[in-house]
Design a protein around this ligand. Structure first.
Ligand SMILES: Cc1ncc(COP(=O)(O)O)c(C=O)c1O
Length: 480
């Protein structure tokens, strides 16, 4: 049913109920059939634009028509991250409880900029993040807030770190001050460097320290760089350690880095965007060893805790430093409430959606035991894939598999030329992804091109992992 052009109202309750029913049916149906769709979108740039009218509709049409266009135009142009064959980047899951949380968050449509503008948002967010910290074995007393992405979380944390130097950037800016420097490994995510760009350090203010043979930050080189920068009149202020690097999922030596930060008075931020969630399973707690000494830490429930994108948890032991850096309360945002947290004081964003609902529902549905079991299963599946790589004469594993990502490449006997190996593996990846059955991505480890198989979707079972391996093995055989 289309809208009545004369009406000033929103959908009626009956219309909404009907639309939601159809949408719910579509969502459940989509999830049931997603594994039969080509995982990677098969369109060219501009195809979607060309299929949509240039002009907006002058009058509305019915939900059935929207859903028909969703099938006709959108679905073929979707790369299905919720597909069991999606093993690119980091495999993720927009889980059932997470989807329900998103729906209800949209229905409530609250803006939790202040406690008063939605007390439930602020308090559910704080409680659920305390649950998350407890589930990972991190200090439950840490202050937590949700942001959209790890990139934002790291940027906000480093803004607090910059202010914690006491050099007064907030009020006076950077002009005339010693250049600030922060440190991370060669393998750290680009979001650290982007934070440096946004915070006015320049890319030259972000030092990438070489990693060891297992892709972990070298603490000896880190210390040398800190000392050299200090001697040259620069101002070291923060180190970003990574727990689960993007390429190889390596874990930096956080305890040793924490010692060093304590010695030199530097802020320690830990980027545990992907691997942090692994610690819900007891046997992966080792990965967060030393993190209790961090000033701030990011872990993304949208990466490996089955919350739909976007959902990033930023924790800090020093909320007062965030406040000092970022609170700014104009007249129109003053309230008479005391003894409450106003989340706008701890970040640069004002508006805040009810992101915590989906995470709350994820915990409510799976429980920590269920979450741990799923993490464990993903690691088991990744190791199964790795074992098959190891047993294959023409495949070579390129890194250890501490979590659920396997880095590997084809390496036919006798072929040692790196440029030739790269060409071969680029072609292999193209052939694998052209099947539409699975989707893998690539990276370079110490300059060597390799493929990555990342398990993280709740639909990915042993059958899918074996199928993925067979697709790879077949494509590698075809490549000769
Ligand atoms: C270790 C690490 N940190 C940060 C990010 C950035 O995540 P987001 O997309 O949430 O900004 C990624 C993304 O893969 C990552 O692997």
């Amino acid at each position: 049913m289309a809208t009545n052009p004369g009406s000033m109202a929103d959908m009626s309750p009956e219309e909404l109920r009907r639309a939601l029913g159809l949408a719910a049916e579509w969502v459940a149906g989509y999830r049931a059939r997603v594994g039969s769709l080509p995982v990677l979108a098969r369109v060219r740039p501009g195809d979607v634009t060309a299929a949509l009218p240039a002009e907006p509709p002058a009058s509305g049409d019915a939900v059935e028509a929207w859903l028909a266009d969703l099938e006709r135009v959108v679905l073929p142009a979707v790369t299905h991250w919720n597909h069991p064959g999606f093993m690119a980047y980091f495999g993720i899951t927009g889980s059932g409880p997470g989807i329900v949380g998103e729906l209800i968050a949209a229905a409530l449509n609250v803006n939790g900029m202040l406690w008063k503008t939605c007390p439930a948002l602020t308090e559910v967010e704080q409680v659920v993040l305390r649950w998350y910290a407890r589930a990972l074995g991190l200090p439950a007393a840490w202050f937590g807030m949700l942001t959209d992405t790890a990139s934002t979380s790291t940027l906000v944390a480093l803004a607090a770190a910059r202010e914690a130097t006491g050099i007064g950037v907030r009020d006076e800016g950077l002009a005339g001050k010693s250049p600030l420097v922060l440190y991370c490994s060669q393998e750290a995510h680009s979001s650290v460097e982007k934070a440096g760009i946004v915070l006015g350090l320049g890319r030259s203010g972000v030092r990438r320290i070489a990693s060891d043979e297992k892709f972990r930050l070298r603490v000896d080189l880190l210390e040398q760089a800190i000392v050299a920068d200090g001697a040259a009149g620069r101002r070291p202020f923060a180190v970003v350690a990574t727990v689960g690097t993007t390429s190889a999922t390596a874990v930096d030596p956080v305890s040793a880095i924490a010692d060093l930060c304590a010695r030199h008075g530097l802020w320690l931020h830990v980027d545990a965007a992907y691997a942090g969630s692994a610690a819900v399973a007891e046997e992966f707690r080792w990965a967060l060893a030393g993190c209790e000494r961090a000033d701030s830490l990011v872990a993304n429930p949208h990466k490996w805790l089955f919350a739909p994108i976007d959902c990033s948890a930023l924790f800090t032991a020093r909320p007062e430093a965030f406040r000092a850096a970022l609170t700014l309360v104009p007249e129109y945002l003053k309230t008479d409430v005391v003894d409450a947290v106003d989340l706008m004081d701890y970040s640069f964003q004002l508006g805040r959606r009810f992101r915590a609902l989906k995470l709350w529902f994820v915990f409510r549905h799976f429980g920590t035991t269920g979450l741990a079991a799923r993490i464990r299963e993903h690691v088991r599946l990744a190791r199964r894939f790795a074992e098959r790589v190891d047993a294959h004469p023409q495949l070579e594993r390129m890194a250890e598999v501490p979590f659920s990502v396997v880095c590997f490449r084809a390496r036919p006997a006798g072929l040692a030329d790196e440029a030739e190996l790269e060409r071969l593996n680029v072609a292999l990846l193209e052939r694998v992804n052209a099947t539409g059955e699975i989707y893998l991505s690539h990276t370079k480890l110490h300059g060597r091109y390799c493929l990555r198989a990342a398990i993280g979707n709740l639909g990915t079972d042993e059958g899918w992992v074996d199928r993925a391996f067979e697709v790879v093995a077949r494509a590698a055989a075809d490549a000769g």
